[in-house]
Write a protein that binds this ligand. Structure first.
Ligand code: URA
Length: 441
């Protein structure tokens, strides 16, 4: 077999066989296919697309390029959740404990912040002592004991994706739905869970800016998951506005705890309940409506909060911070961002809100940067709210006072105030299963 022939086949719009795809991925990871040939192939895929069979074969080949995690040492149904990334997206910190409190298991590998989006692992590390790097034995033991564990990606998971992603990043082939689906689902399949809930974010703070593209991506990913023998569902959720009111690591942990205490922001609580209900549905706990009631009860009876505290303690963290979030160190500097005119908040460029938080120290400027865990933004006014000139739009926090000016400018520019009240946007647009796309608004 020759890579040259495979590139030509795809260039001419033909479908590759499973054997050809397996050859291409294994030889690429082995270093026998150079980046320039793989780049040509990726560009051919960008223009010609891939069939359902090709997409599945490529996902499986990429997943099998490294470790396939075996979670059989954990009792019960293991259900995973993947978010395509957003701003203020601290859902994992709320839904994993809810799902565990309701009897399913969450053995989750999460990521760090990337670009304008935050990462669950960074958020957890704002809790003193918290370890997000565990041995497999420790990971299984925490899940068996507490029902959940969230750790950083460990082992050699889908190394082909690492190479392919780096190449796509510099060859203008990231934004192809099939290639994104392969990339995400290969890592999910390698992580070894029984079922997968996908939270596909849509809007100005998301990878996918339109609902149509988000639904197309969700359909491809659900099809791959189901064809690989995993129950898979996707929700298309709004990322045109930051989720909840807090952006930044310890600020997001505090908001997650408030939500588990029943006092979270309405938008964030609603999204969490929907995600948790669908995870429980996938784990076989009943119809979605029944599962939602179970999720609500896990908040009101305090059982989910107890699970979060138990996981933190089992991973070496100081659980007293969960029971009393007043213990989190506050940033030494706070700055109010004021409305420059009166009117309605017509839109918020969510990506820019995430960047502003990162500029305050909540994200990394370089790979080596240290995160300022207390840095971030508390939003006081959101899309649709009326503000008077001079009213507080948001409060910014940082440990370095000199960072305010540029971050505040970025935030001011992200928030558009007009005389017209904007139309309300749905929080959840659709639920995608293997059989249907259910519109939820
Ligand atoms: N996230 C991934 O893991 N891969 C992509 O290609 C895009 C988003």
């Amino acid at each position: 077999m020759r890579m040259y022939d495979l590139i030509m086949k795809k260039r001419n719009g033909e479908a590759l066989t499973k054997t050809e795809i397996e050859y291409m991925i294994s030889e690429y990871v082995a270093g026998n296919i150079p980046d320039y040939q793989m780049s040509a192939f990726l560009m051919a895929v960008y223009f010609r697309g891939m069939t359902e069979e090709e997409t599945l074969a490529m996902t499986m080949a990429v997943a099998h390029s490294g470790d396939m995690v075996d979670l059989s040492g954990i009792e019960g149904k293991k259900v995973d959740k993947h978010s395509t990334g957003g701003v203020g997206d601290k859902t994992s910190l709320v839904i994993a404990p809810i799902v565990a409190a309701c009897g399913a298991k969450v053995a989750k590998m999460s990521g760090r912040g990337l670009g304008h989006t935050g990462g669950t692992v960074d958020k957890l590390e704002s809790i003193p002592g918290m370890r997000t790097s565990l041995t497999q034995e420790e990971f299984f033991s925490v899940v068996n004991k507490t029902g959940l564990s969230i750790i950083g990606q460990s082992g050699n998971l889908a190394p082909a994706d690492k190479k392919l992603y780096a190449l796509r990043d510099v060859t203008a082939t990231v934004d192809n739905i099939s290639l994104i689906a392969v990339s995400i689902m290969s890592k999910k399949l390698a992580a070894g869970n029984d079922c997968i809930l996908l939270d596909v974010k849509t809007g100005s703070g998301a990878f996918m800016k339109t609902v149509e593209d988000s639904v197309a991506l969700a359909k491809e990913m659900v099809t791959i998951g189901e064809n690989a023998g995993k129950r898979t569902v996707a929700l298309i959720t709004n990322m045109d506005i930051p989720l909840g009111n807090n952006i930044g690591n310890s600020l997001e942990v505090i908001e997650a705890v408030e939500t588990l205490n029943g006092h979270g922001p309405a938008d964030f609580t609603e999204v969490c309940l929907n995600l948790a209900a669908n995870m429980l549905y996938l784990a076989g706990m009943g119809e979605v409506e029944i599962c939602r009631k179970m999720a609500e009860k896990a908040i009101t009876d305090g059982s989910a909060l107890k699970r979060l505290a138990a996981m933190v303690e089992a991973q070496g963290g100081d659980a007293s911070f969960i029971l009393d979030t007043g213990k989190f160190a506050r940033a030494p500097y706070a700055y109010e961002v004021l409305a420059q005119r009166s009117g309605y908040i017509a839109s918020m460029n969510t990506e820019s809100c995430g960047i502003a938080s990162s500029m305050l120290g909540a994200g990394r400027e370089t790979k080596e940067s240290e995160i300022d865990f207390s840095a971030g933004i508390t939003i006081k006014k959101k899309m649709g709210d009326y503000v008077e000139k001079g009213e507080v739009l948001a409060i910014m926090y940082t440990s370095k006072e000199e960072l305010f000016e540029a971050a505040a400018k970025r935030y001011q520019e992200a928030v558009i105030i007009t005389d017209e009240k904007p139309a309300e946007e749905p929080l959840i647009y659709a639920r995608v299963t293997k059989d249907a796309v259910e519109k939820l608004y």
